[in-house]
Design a protein around this ligand. Structure first.
Ligand code: KG4
Ligand code: ZN
Length: 370
């Protein structure tokens, strides 16, 4: 009798189920090795709204309450039994430590129960690699490219040179861009999160009567600063008595603030591109990348340098688990190519800080085959 050979083991263990819980979104996704999204789900926590910002303890408890059902729901959506999974991943930093511990704990538990590799993902790396998800950027997103990450917690320019190879070119020295939007929204009496509310109000405003400064504009390097701009907004609001801010003035200040942020960010990114002449693409990610004015400025900037500009669709720009699964798949491929084992140690602890530069340690040059 002729025996057929056993099926070859897949090069990397997929599909990957990933968990994201580093801030205030609880997310789970299952992604196949070719980037096909088999299922995705995000729960945005509402418990923070009365506080006007994320409360870490509330976030951690909400992740814990939501994750078991969310994982089951994601598996159901994918039409897949747990045994169909190849690997389990979670964001293990940087972020709010309580939420990271919850997400990593659930992921490790699944990995142990299913006897599958556990992959620890750097949340910023996941944002950085999202553009490479097949089909997102026309023509793909080959290395190297420049990533602008602008969210409520992050504001930085990153040279993305390869899987595990990132250089932070500059970042904020005070607030993140989204944080500035949220604080200005609060001053204007708008809800939280403030970015979309400020953008909507700005659409009807005349910025001319309310000129605002542009901190660090034109300075060497690509660091950002928004705290002086925030103070300047407070000064523009000071003449108005509490509760007596005319809508036209609020809209004018919102428009002026939004223009200032877009100008500052475009200027800093222009400097980042000067620092990275080898970049073949400009990518923006993070919640603030949803801002239409900012997108227009970045599109113009990239065009002036002969570069394409890409921003993943909003649901993949903001915190989500698809990006975590995809970063895990890229990591698994890189480990396979280098003859390294696929799994991270289950003893690995989540970390509130995890600089991207440290990701190179995962792929020591001595591990290169040949
Ligand atoms: O990436 P994200 O969903 O969560 C993290 O911070 O990780 O980003 C949320 C931030 C908030 O600060 C929100 O106000 C801001 O992104 N944002 C915007 C817009 N939509 C969301 N900022 C400006 N314009 C928008 N349209
Ligand atoms: Zn994020």
């Amino acid at each position: 009798m002729i025996m057929s050979p056993p099926p070859a083991a897949p090069a990397v263990p997929t599909p990957v189920l990933a968990i994201e819980s580093s801030c205030d979104d609880t997310a789970c996704a299952i992604v196949a090795s070719d980037g096909t999204i088999l299922a995705e789900a995000v729960l945005s926590q509402s418990g923070h709204v009365p506080f006007g910002g994320v409360v870490p303890e509330i976030a951690a408890r909400a992740h814990l309450a939501a994750l078991p059902a969310l994982v089951r729901h994601t598996l159901d959506r994918a039409g897949m039994p747990p045994s169909g999974l190849g690997a389990i991943a979670a964001s293990t930093g940087p972020g709010l430590i309580g939420g990271l511990i919850v997400g990593a704990g659930v992921a490790k538990g699944l990995a142990v129960a299913l006897d599958r590799p556990f992959v620890a993902v750097n949340h910023i790396e996941a944002h950085a690699l999202t553009a490479r998800l097949p089909g997102l950027v026309p023509g793909g997103a080959p290395f190297p490219y420049l990533l602008l990450l602008v969210s409520g917690g992050h504001c930085q320019c990153i040279a993305v040179e390869g899987v595990g190879r990132y250089r932070k070119l500059g970042g904020t020295i005070d607030d993140a861009a989204g944080e500035a939007f949220d604080k200005v929204a609060k001053m204007l009496g708008l809800g939280w999160p403030g970015g979309p509310a400020v953008e909507a109000l700005a659409a009807e405003g005349d910025p001319a009567p309310y000129p605002l400064p542009r901190p660090l504009f034109g300075r060497p390097g690509c660091d950002f600063s928004f705290s002086g701009l925030k103070t300047a907004v407070a000064q523009k609001l000071a003449p108005f008595a509490a509760g007596a801010l005319p809508r036209a003035a609020a809209a004018g200040i919102a428009a002026s603030f939004q223009n200032a942020v877009a100008d500052i960010v475009a200027d800093r990114v222009a400097h980042a591109l000067d620092m990275m002449p080898q970049a073949t693409l400009l990518v923006a990610a993070g919640g603030v990348a949803a801002n239409t004015r900012l997108r227009a400025c970045l599109t113009d900037l990239a065009a002036s340098r002969g570069l394409p500009f890409a921003a993943p669709p909003l649901r993949l720009c903001t915190d989500n688990a698809v990006m975590v699964a995809w970063a895990a798949i890229e990591t698994l491929h890189e480990r396979h190519a280098r003859g390294l084992p696929p799994a991270d140690d289950l003893d690995l602890l989540p970390r509130p800080r995890w600089p991207l530069e440290q990701m190179a340690e995962r792929f020591p040059t001595t591990a290169l085959p040949g």
